[in-house]
Design a protein around this ligand. Sequence first.
Ligand code: SF4
Ligand code: SF4
Length: 341
Amino acid sequence: MGYIADTSQFEKLFSYWKEEYEIWAPRRFQGGGRFSDTDAVRYARVDSPSEIEFEEKSAYSWKETVFPPSETLFYFSQNHVEEAEAPAKKRLVFLRSCDLAAVRRMDQIYLKNGDPDYYYARKRDGLAFVLIGCPHTCENGFCVSMGTNASDNYDMSVDVTDGAYYIDCPQEDWSRKLEELGAAPAEHKPSRVTENKVSVRIPDNLTYEVGKSTMWNQYDKRCINCGRCNFVCPTCTCFTMQDMYYDADGKVGERRRVQASCMVDGYTDVAGGASYRKKNGQRMRFKTLHKVLDFRERFGYQMCVGCGRCDDICPEYISFSHIINHLEEGMKEAQADDNSK
Ligand code: SF4
Ligand code: SF4
């Protein structure tokens, strides 16, 4: 069912939600951005609709609501282990279409790739999603090329225009609540982008052979292996473990899992002092082919959702969409090299 709610009705719906949910949404942090005079928009708990950033895409993604940068799994002492408490409430997440597509990728890895991940599953179980419509494209996103510009698997969608909330609400309890609050019935489907400023084409003949191309070498120097592209990516799921000791003997403490990055030093270190991808170009090749080739080969759909956050955040202005668009040339180069042998 579709509705138009005014600010007061939407605030009341919000209060109703808060009885059952913790609400997470993109939120503006003034002065917290990349440069001293810029703001940061990132996911955080919100207490009222006025705290939600409906216009600007968040620099960091929805995944922080279920997969935070650092999460305590359990506490230990010499003879005792105690699991960290699960969040007290279910979570309701406001997110855009690309991020809703990324939920499927996270679920694929954490729930359907072998046994479900216990810590992810206990948060994921109670998640509800409110889709924020996208009336215009963001700067670096290429969701149209990746087919993630439209979603219908939301509990509710909302477009905000001049203080009016245009809603599509398949969730029946919420729909009843909106009617009780006096929201005006009106058919509405979430706005979506039909054209981005950036488009990509993943070559049909893409294979791992492209790894032989010289296209990766430029990143040996250009990339400073900071890992920011991974940390903002809504589909990067890698983590590592850290034990934090409270005592000098290392017998009391907590175990945390922290987000990891395939671009940073140490990621491919193995026992015996070896390391598999030492050069930044090799790491870029690995990341790129994971996003647009091997995930698809394994699960049947692309991992990258085209949100463009990796381009937005890179301090070296490296563009992932440019890399994708160079794959065709890279394939030609690798195949020409093979044929000349
Ligand atoms: S954000 Fe840019 S510089 Fe940092 S690791 Fe990623 S590609 Fe390299
Ligand atoms: S690789 Fe870049 S564009 Fe693709 S989902 Fe990750 S952050 Fe978004």
